[in-house]
Write a protein that binds this ligand. Structure first.
Ligand code: PGA
Length: 241
């Protein structure tokens, strides 16, 4: 799975141009999902454009709220996402954990909302720099993974994104990524009796480091922010997978 996370960037026209170019440039493989997560206000038009040009690009939302109906100004629920056939949703991104004060309780409610709505989850976890420097990453990730249960795993991809690597230009070293992904997989296997969970990496992925990161057996894909906005770069990275 190669995912483009647009965060709060772009216009409707930018997104349509991107989808058009990516659809022409990638050598699409059914086993490697190619996903765009546009800003929420463009989900509907993005779905329409994907359908119009019969693109292999799949649609992901950057947001889902936990309540199914009701009074939540600005909220977006699973039913709404289903209205335009949203296939994936990001939950637990570090920017939302930080700026929106998301915690285990609110994230669990979002997971339930997505899973009840039949939307596949990309569940983001990752440690801040002080945890990384103290060598405490595995304990930190264990706590973040604690809210998952075995029923979730059929519908979840884990995105490991060390916070110190997001948007900083400082990607984690491949050996560190490999070790951490191996830890996540083994931990979930032991705790939830799960055979296999996909783990993708995110954090300053660029064209010049993507090939090396993807070459690791424990890396099942990439979640890319800044570098993915350029259709040429994103397509080249997809074609490496
Ligand atoms: P970045 O962002 O590729 O710009 O570091 C990744 C992410 O936040 O998903």
């Amino acid at each position: 799975m190669i995912v483009s996370n647009w965060k709060m960037n772009g216009t409707k026209a930018d997104i349509e141009l991107w989808i058009n170019e990516v659809s022409n440039k990638i050598e699409y493989k059914t086993e490697v999902n190619c996903v765009i997560c546009p800003p929420s206000c463009y989900l509907d038009s993005t779905r329409s454009f994907i359908t119009k040009i019969n693109s292999p690009v799949q649609l992901g939302s950057q947001e889902i709220d936990s309540t199914h109906q009701g009074a939540l100004t600005g909220g977006i629920n699973g039913q709404m996402l289903n209205d335009f056939s949203t296939e994936f949703v990001l939950i637990g991104h570090s920017e939302q954990r930080h700026y929106l004060n998301e915690d285990g309780v609110s994230l669990r409610a979002k997971l339930d909302s997505a899973i009840d709505s039949g939307i596949s989850v990309i569940f983001c976890i990752g440690e801040p720099s002080e945890v990384y420097s103290n060598g405490d990453t595995k304990n930190f990730l264990t706590n973040q993974l604690d809210i998952l249960n075995s029923e979730d795993l059929a519908n979840i991809t884990i995105a490991y994104e060390p916070i110190w690597a997001i948007g900083t230009g400082l990607s984690a070293k491949t050996t560190y990524i490999e070790d951490t992904h191996g830890f996540i997989k083994n931990h979930l296997k032991k705790r939830l009796k799960n055979k296999k969970v996909s783990v993708v990496y995110g954090g300053s992925v660029k064209l010049d480091n993507a090939e090396e990161i993807l070459s690791s057996d424990s890396v099942d894909g990439l979640l890319i922010g800044g570098a993915s906005l350029d259709s040429e770069t994103f397509s080249k990275i997809y074609n490496l997978s």
